[in-house]
Design a protein around this ligand. Structure first.
Ligand code: ADP
Ligand code: MG
Length: 616
């Protein structure tokens, strides 16, 4: 039989290799920034267009390349950083595999401009899908500029796989932060679609953190220092009270390289044991310096995972260093053995009955009744809380009506019904008997049997459809705040809010000022309590961050879902009869009453037959 094995042409091999190195624009950002650092640049600029899909450009003032090196740099396994296998264990550079430029050039249009200080002129090279289309001498400043345009132009499937600009830009910024945090001794700037998003001057580590995450971060940081023979630890952890719902601000740098390590993360979490609220994660920015011989960073093409020779010792050292810092700064609770005996109940009082305090109660007082003599005060002082029934009315009977009076008018809009549980009009009549069980489910009878609704999911569905409608028709009603509400965000989070601003406005938010890291809000959607605003926005940011990788991303949809989740009545909340009925009516007036916005069923039914069977 004839021989059938062939060597793959270089450009095909490069495309395959590119798959490992370049998943998205952020991967290009990482590789180019790292090359600039390896070239000893002291100033690095990153320019992004359309979240990097159209352009990623890195300009550095590093050592540049000679004419030959410029051409060679795009060859696979071409590197100036190691020569022998032994060098792998003495790495002091970010790169060493010689793959990045070759991989990137295989799947994009790349333009390189570079000049060394000793030369009078520089070189430019243009490559499209691994093919050199231009190489000539040019006048250009010392250093290197690499532009990567039209990523995945020749692999449409990969290009289509990219997420929305919001999500891709987020990854770009994450990568930028990681590199910038590891190198406070280098100045960095990020320009997004022509406007400056970050400008980070040379500074110390603490200032770099603050410059990235916002001035408010400064007071949250607790220093961690530890110097042992095997490991030097330096950096900061966030005070426990500032722990976040998301894992966003967690950074380990090993020998100035950002790494991910679930194991070391666990060491930090355990140092925080007992100090954090459930579901929150501590922030940390920790630099570990170890002998390069004791680690292996060669295990993954993107080099974000490394293997340590002695992980257990590292774990123990890290945990105790963080614990020590938290203790030193009086953050860990102190065990209180010396209890003040004066605070104990005197023995003679112990068996006495407590007096019932005398309080006068106005039993006729109804906080929901709008009494004209209170009207002036109430509209300003009364702030509805999330538990208020009002929240069910977001975006509904809003045009100046007193919503509390609308219960009796709640009715089915039968033409909007598209559920099969109702057989005829008589079913609807019977719906008016409802019960709430365990402050969680609402039970009602229907002709065929019974109906059990999950109150939280049902309300999420109602709110979600309302928000979507409001965003689409742009007719949401706002309630004005008495005092503007000023909220601070890290720059990262601020960018997300900025991108969602228009949609947020369509739900009823009114912003008076959106400036560097802070947002001033003067109006919120009707029914949204002021005290919940920051939680809603934080939840929204976290939802954008954790957007399920393969789902189709729509900012509008995500916003509606996120707000519905934040504002829906919760399990555990007791509802009055008319509230239960209204929930039911509203649910079945929805377009898709059967499922919550996150596709979970909102109600189940049980027929009389099924019930009968249980009694056999
Ligand atoms: P690696 O970084 O693993 O060596 P790359 O493909 O990223 O591989 O780069 C190949 C080579 O090109 C580097 O080893 C370096 O010599 C040169 N190079 C790349 N970018 C720059 C830059 N910004 N300044 C100077 N030299 C660079
Ligand atoms: Mg490199």
């Amino acid at each position: 039989m004839a021989d059938i094995i062939q060597l793959l042409p270089d450009h095909v091999a490069n495309q395959i290799a590119a798959g490992e190195v370049v998943q998205r624009p952020a991967s290009v950002v990482k590789e180019l920034l790292e090359n600039a650092i390896d070239a000893d640049a002291s100033s690095i600029k990153l320019l992004i267009k359309d979240a990097g899909k159209t352009l990623v450009q890195v300009i550095d003032n590093g050592k540049g390349m000679s004419t030959t090196d410029a051409r060679l740099s795009f060859e696979r396994h071409a590197t100036s950083k190691i020569r022998t296998a032994e060098d792998l264990f003495q790495l002091h550079t970010k790169g060493f595999r010689g793959e990045a430029l070759a991989s990137i050039a295989a799947i994009a249009h790349v333009e390189l401009k570079t000049k060394q200080e000793v030369d009078d002129v520089g070189n430019t090279i243009e490559i499209e899908g691994s093919k050199v289309v231009l190489q000539e001498v040019i006048v250009t400043p010392n250093g290197t500029s690499v532009s990567v345009k039209n990523l995945f132009f020749n692999i449409p499937a990969r290009r289509n796989f990219l997420k929305s600009d919001v999500v891709e830009f987020r990854h770009v910024v994450d990568e930028f932060h990681r590199v910038a945090l590891a190198h406070p001794n280098i100045s960095f700037a990020l320009y997004n679609n022509g406007s400056e998003t970050f400008n980070l001057p040379i500074s110390n580590f603490r200032q770099r953190i603050v410059n990235i995450f916002g001035i408010k971060t400064n007071e949250k940081l607790v220093p961690v220092e530890e110097d042992t023979e095997v490991l030097k630890i330096s950096g900061f952890v966030g005070k426990p009270e500032f722990a976040k719902k998301t894992r966003g601000e967690q950074y380990f740098f090993v020998n100035n390289r950002f790494i991910k390590s679930a194991y070391l993360n666990h060491a930090i979490s355990s140092a925080f044991d007992g100090l954090l609220k459930n579901g929150t994660h501590p922030s940390y920015f920790l630099k570990l310096d170890v002998d390069p011989q004791t680690i292996d960073i060669n295990i993954h093409p993107t080099k974000t995972e490394i293997k340590f020779d002695d992980e257990h010792t590292l774990y123990a050292l890290l945990r105790s260093a963080v614990k020590h810092s938290l203790g030193q700064f009086n953050i860990a609770p102190v065990l209180d053995f010396d209890r003040d005996p004066n605070l104990d109940t005197p023995y003679s009082y112990k068996n006495n009955n407590a007096d019932v305090p005398k309080i006068e109660v106005d039993r006729n007082f109804n906080p929901f009744q709008t009494d004209s003599k209170f009207l002036g005060k109430q509209t300003t002082v009364f702030k509805p809380t999330i538990n208020n029934w009002d929240s069910l009315y977001i975006g509904l009977e809003s045009k100046g009506n007193d919503s509390t009076n609308n219960f009796s008018e709640a009715h089915f809009e039968s033409e909007e019904q598209n559920t099969s549980i109702f057989e005829n009009e008589n079913d609807i009549e019977k719906l008016h008997t409802t019960y709430q069980i365990h402050n969680k489910y609402i039970v009602s009878t229907i002709k065929s049997g019974m109906l059990v609704i999950d109150q939280n999911r049902a309300h999420q569905r109602i709110l979600y459809e309302d928000f979507l409608k409001n965003i689409t028709i742009k007719e949401a009603i706002s309630q004005q705040l008495l005092f503007p509400l000023e909220l601070h965000f890290s720059k990262k989070d601020f960018e997300i809010i900025k991108q969602l601003k228009v949609d947020l406005e369509h739900t009823g938010f009114v912003f008076s000022n959106v400036k560097y890291e802070s947002i001033e809000i003067i109006g919120v959607p009707v029914g949204v309590p002021e005290s919940e605003v920051s939680i809603i926005l934080e939840q929204l940011i976290s939802d954008v961050e954790n957007e399920v990788p393969d789902s189709h991303f729509s900012a509008t949809d995500l916003l509606a879902k996120s707000m519905a989740k934040s504002l829906a009545i919760k399990t555990g909340q007791s509802l009055k009869k008319d509230e239960q009925e209204h929930l039911l009516n509203k649910l079945f007036a929805c377009k898709e009453p059967n499922v919550s916005p996150t596709n979970r069923i909102t109600f189940v039914t049980m027929t009389v037959d099924e019930l009968d069977k249980k009694f056999i």
